[in-house]
Design a protein around this ligand. Structure first.
Ligand code: NAP
Length: 479
């Protein structure tokens, strides 16, 4: 089977359509034009929602075995064409080809798990006779799809994060409209192509390419959309929450994840894991390791090892198998990161390595002694910069780790169960990894944050809970 290059057309209610107004998709490393996609209008989004109303009825009527078969076939299609998928992720985004291949493999997993979870959407019986007067009633609750889901997705995992919304939506019998990030729409269109080839009935899935500022509001505020599933930055997330009105909301937002390294840790393991966690996808990762709190006894050793491994990073052409780190998504983003680092340096931070920009590329950067009032110590960097802090003990580390407004995931390296248990109990995060960095995830686990990092959970089974509603059934018996 030969795969078409998605692009130039978007999937609107079952039809692949193009538009005169287009968005140029460019490779961030050299600004070459890869493709164009339609710049959808408000009217496009409105007509898509009308078609999705029919799609929701079709999706809800699909028996579970058909939903499972369709999702597995989409996963098969991606597996058969995985090099093409990885190549598009790497070209339009900032991942290296090796990172893009991993994302493609994760996407296949996400879809397979979605298909499997479709058979586990269950209710339970309700003992109505617990209330006096209800002795003659029996019943249960059953979960039903909510209708149409509006999905808005970011640039940094342009395939798998879309699959995390589309897979569970179809598995649970919903229609879904995806608005992918404007800079990386091709991977989402390729996912739509896999579903077009899989026998999914038309109108169940749409992928509408366009600017969030233009078509976002139509999707977010429309009363027929019963849930907004958003992954992206806090600013856009808060704006959407204010506008959405009475509908379900799932928010997967940013973070500035902390990792604690205690004196008894395996330093080699801690360094390897945190270097990878800090610089994966050039630090443009919601789970990225941003703040490392190292106990005084191992600070020197950890710092030396960390800088040495960082210096071995090969930064350059994303499409080369030898490259470890590519550019940021735009030069503007690289300048934003540069400004954050420069502000910290002016306020007294020490650069252990990195701190240099070349176009959209920013070298992997390690900072020390960053004053706590710097923006970089409080906000999400979303770039290849990591901060090292020396601490006295686990209590100080936990207090400092919590002293920010985010809380997605955290990590602690220690062999002491009591210390690990303290971190589990007191770190304000949605997930805590013991002897792994914050950047650890499998697609089947509950995933999401506390504080400004989000609302609700993804991870297929958990997304399905959010995308369905229980309906109670009660039989009154005659005697
Ligand atoms: P972003 O700027 O917030 O954009 C995310 C999506 O929202 C894009 O599709 C964007 O469309 C759309 N959008 C922006 N403003 C909107 C509005 N007012 N109404 C409707 N849609 C709107 O985020 P990004 O730069 O792509 O991604 C980086 C952020 O995502 C980081 O903060 C990162 O931590 C977070 N993230 C979180 C998770 C998680 O699971 N917690 C995972 C990955 C990323 P346009 O592209 O057209 O502007």
């Amino acid at each position: 089977m030969t795969i078409q290059l998605a692009g130039q057309k978007m999937l609107l209610g079952g039809s692949w359509v193009n538009r005169e107004n287009v968005i140029e998709v460019r490779d961030p490393q050299d600004n070459t034009l890869i493709d164009t996609v339609p710049a959808a209008s408000k009217e496009d989004m409105l007509s898509c929602i009308e078609l999705a109303k029919e799609g929701a009825k079709i999706a809800a009527a699909m028996p579970v075995y058909e939903r499972m078969a369709v999702i597995h076939r989409a996963a098969d299609y991606i597996e058969e064409n995985k090099e093409k998928y990885a190549s598009i992720i790497a070209q339009e985004g900032s991942k290296t080809i090796r990172e893009a291949a991993k994302e493609t493999a994760r996407c296949i997993q996400t879809l397979r798990i979605s298909a499997e979870e479709a058979r586990r959407i269950q209710g339970e019986t309700i003992p109505f006779d617990q209330m006096e007067g209800s002795q003659n009633r029996v019943g249960y609750y059953q979960r039903f799809p909510i209708g149409i889901i509006g999905a808005i997705t970011p640039f940094n995992d342009p395939l798998n994060l879309v699959a995390h919304k589309v897979g569970p939506a179809i598995a649970s019998g919903n229609a879904i409209i995806v608005k992918p990030a404007t800079v990386t729409p091709l991977s989402a269109l390729l996912l739509a192509e896999a579903f077009s080839q899989s026998g999914l009935p038309p109108k169940v899935l749409s992928v509408i390419t366009g600017h969030g500022s233009e078509i976002g509001d139509v999707l977010v505020t429309h009363p027929a959309i019963r849930m907004i599933s958003f992954t992206g930055g806090v600013e856009a997330g808060e704006e959407i929450v204010k506008k959405a009105g009475l509908k379900k909301i799932s928010m997967e937002l940013g973070s500035n994840s902390p990792v604690i390294v205690l004196d008894d840790a395996d330093i080699e393991e801690a360094v390897e894991s945190t270097v990878s966690g800090a610089f994966w996808a050039a630090g443009q990762n919601c789970l990225s390791v941003q703040r490392i709190y190292v106990q005084r006894g191992v600070m020197k050793e950890f710092e030396e090892e960390f800088v040495q491994q960082t210096n071995q990073y090969r930064v350059g052409d994303k499409l080369s198998e030898l490259t470890d780190m590519g550019p940021l998504i735009t030069e503007k983003e690289a300048i934003r990161v540069e400004n954050l680092v420069n502000e910290a340096i002016e306020k007294g931070a020490e650069v252990l390595t990195g701190g240099e920009r070349n176009g959209a590329f920013y070298l992997p950067t390690v900072l020390k002694n960053v004053p706590e009032h710097c923006s970089i110590a409080k906000e999400e960097i979303f770039g290849p910069v990591v901060l090292l802090f020396e601490v006295e003990n686990v209590d100080e580390a936990i207090e400092k780790a919590n002293a920010v407004s985010y809380g997605l995931q955290g990590g602690i390296f220690t062999k002491n169960m009591d210390q690990a248990q303290k971190a589990i109990a007191h770190m304000e995060v949605g997930g805590i990894m013991i002897n792994d960095s914050s950047d650890y995830r499998i697609d089947a686990m509950p995933f999401g944050g506390v504080k400004k990092s989000g609302l609700g959970r993804e991870g297929i089974k958990f997304a399905i809970q959010e995308m369905t509603e229980p309906k109670v059934v009660c039989y009154k018996l005659s005697n």
